[in-house]
Write a protein that binds this ligand. Structure first.
Ligand code: MZP
Length: 498
């Protein structure tokens, strides 16, 4: 038996101390791109993401719809593996069927359809926009476009007819067939539209002009796509049925795989990595984990993992520490693994990216995890809150929530993730709710703005610089309490302290 001398710490126990901000260190200059796959030190990784965020390998989080939304924002999703192989492969294929940019469609609907009906149609056909014509046929008179953006349960009554919604949007802009591309571009920008319908002399929709046609729209600049403009998507795998699951996922087009286990420091993960390398060489990229110390990292890096995932017991829905007494504070785990990753890079010339998985309770924790040296972050609770996540939206009084449950909960029963041979005999996760937060892209852009602002204060415009130069300080228990009390006072209706 040995007792480590270091105390197990979480991200909330640290603060960043600003470094000098120079004139060229601005939020616009900050590059948040991150490597996903191992690569020689000093060279670029084969797979990179534009923002350092991936979604958790969880049923309540990573669906095809969420995967597309994250890819559009520049990140990546890992479709969960606790489902039949064919079903998971179909989810991957559903993401890959889409191309970057708006998926406009030939879905034609009548104005009498309800928003809920249209939402279901769009989901089913994996489209973003439906065309409303007077008779619901492709040759009918064009009345308007309904986009997925119109289905915001807090703002719109989903039982209302499309017609009602369109009356509210009475300012619909349409263009004549004679419009030039540059005129269309001006109109798109002046009216802040993503799509401009072009109608012929009989009032039928002739075509649509998209903002992305000009490659100016910021939303599309970051999209995670491989060369055929298809969205990138990852998939979880386990150590049991990998010989059947991996070929199916590769066939479906998965860009990268991730071993999904609560404790990845095992010979079983090494066996899977061996099998992948001997079957596919470097053509299939696969991450492994989870580990919480340098020994676990070294074992998986030696076994050929493309990235290593860190975290046991820190997930917002996790009760592993209570159930089994296993785990480590996420900040301490990241710090230990980062040191070993850097040692490994020095010894072998190979850089193995690190993913900090779970335990991000607020946006500032993301900056702190990146400052500690994580290359990218895996997030469950954060993404589960959004419109695009697959779980049900629930209303309690005036508040909306999304369901969110752990893979070790009785609801998910993901025995393969927890290495429980005869089914899930005891729970390691809970089944609960998270406050609904709206659209993914709107929330992610605010979070990224915060991370960029933090990096600017710390004098960094790349994640590598941030890692190398960040200065962190431990927060005392007393200042932690004082900080919480300050927040409470600021929230008082009377205004609190000045
Ligand atoms: P969080 O972002 O919600 O804090 O944590 C998400 C992470 O928690 C997942 O990526 C996974 O590693 C972990 N997880 C998922 N299910 C459970 C569980 O049931 C769990 N215990 O710990």
């Amino acid at each position: 038996m040995q007792i480590l001398s270091e105390i197990s710490r979480t991200f909330g126990e640290y603060l960043l101390v600003p470094n000098l901000t120079t004139a060229n260190c601005t939020p616009e200059a900050v590059d948040l791109s991150a490597p996903l796959t191992r690569h020689p030190v000093g060279e670029s990784a084969q797979i990179r993401i534009a923002i350092p965020m991936v979604s958790a390998v969880m049923e309540a989080v990573s669906s095809p719809r969420l995967a597309i939304a994250i890819a559009q924002a520049g990140g990546l999703s890992f479709v969960h593996q606790n489902q039949p192989i064919a079903q998971q492969a179909e989810m991957v294929a559903a993401v890959k069927r889409n191309k970057a940019g708006f998926r406009h469609s030939e879905i034609n609907i009548r104005p009498t359809a309800t928003l809920a009906e249209v939402a279901a149609l769009l989901e089913q056909a994996e489209r973003d926009i439906a065309v409303v014509t007077d008779d619901g046929s492709p040759t009918g008179r064009f009345l308007g476009l309904i986009s997925l953006r119109d289905f915001h349960p807090q703002r719109h009554d989903l039982n209302a007819g499309v017609e009602t919604r369109m009356r509210a949007k009475a300012d619909l802009v349409v263009a004549p067939p004679t419009i030039s591309l540059s005129e269309a571009n001006t109109l798109l920008w002046d009216q802040r539209l993503d799509v401009l319908p072009v109608v012929d002399n009989q009032g039928r929709l002739a075509s649509v002009v998209l903002r992305r046609d000009y490659e100016l729209h910021k939303r599309f600049r970051n999209e995670s796509v491989d060369d055929d403009k298809r969205f990138r998507v990852g998939a979880g795998v386990n150590t049991r049925d990998y010989r059947d699951r991996i070929p199916a996922l590769v066939e479906a087009g998965a860009d990268i795989l991730c071993l999904d286990s609560s404790d990845g420091y095992s010979v079983y993960q090494s066996d899977v990595l061996d099998w992948v390398r001997s079957t596919y060489g470097q053509n299939v990229r696969i991450g492994a984990g989870n580990v919480v110390d340098g020994r676990g990292f070294r074992y998986l890096a030696d076994a050929g993992a493309d990235f290593v995932k860190i975290g046991i017991g820190g997930g917002s829905i996790c009760i592993t520490r209570d159930a089994k007494g296993i785990g480590r504070g996420q900040a301490s785990a990241v710090l230990d693994v980062v040191r070993e990753r850097d040692r490994y890079a020095g010894e072998t010339g190979e850089y193995v990216p690190l993913c900090s998985d779970g335990g991000i309770l607020q946006d500032s924790h993301m900056a702190i995890a990146l400052a500690f040296g994580a290359d990218f972050l895996m997030l469950g609770r954060y993404f589960a809150r959004f419109e695009e996540s697959p779980s049900a939206l629930v209303r309690v009084d005036d508040q909306f929530f999304k369901e969110y449950w752990g893979e070790g909960s009785a609801r998910a029963r993901n025995a393969a993730r927890y290495g429980q041979a005869s089914g899930l005999l005891f729970e390691e996760g809970v089944d609960g709710y998270v406050p609904y937060a709206g659209r993914l892209d709107e929330n992610v852009s605010v979070t990224l703005a915060k991370i960029k602002a933090t990096m600017v204060s710390c004098g960094s415009i790349t994640l590598r610089q941030f890692h190398d130069s960040a200065t962190l300080v431990e927060v005392s228990h007393q200042s932690f309490l004082q900080n919480s009390q300050d927040i409470r006072l600021r929230e008082r209706p009377s205004g609190g302290r000045t």
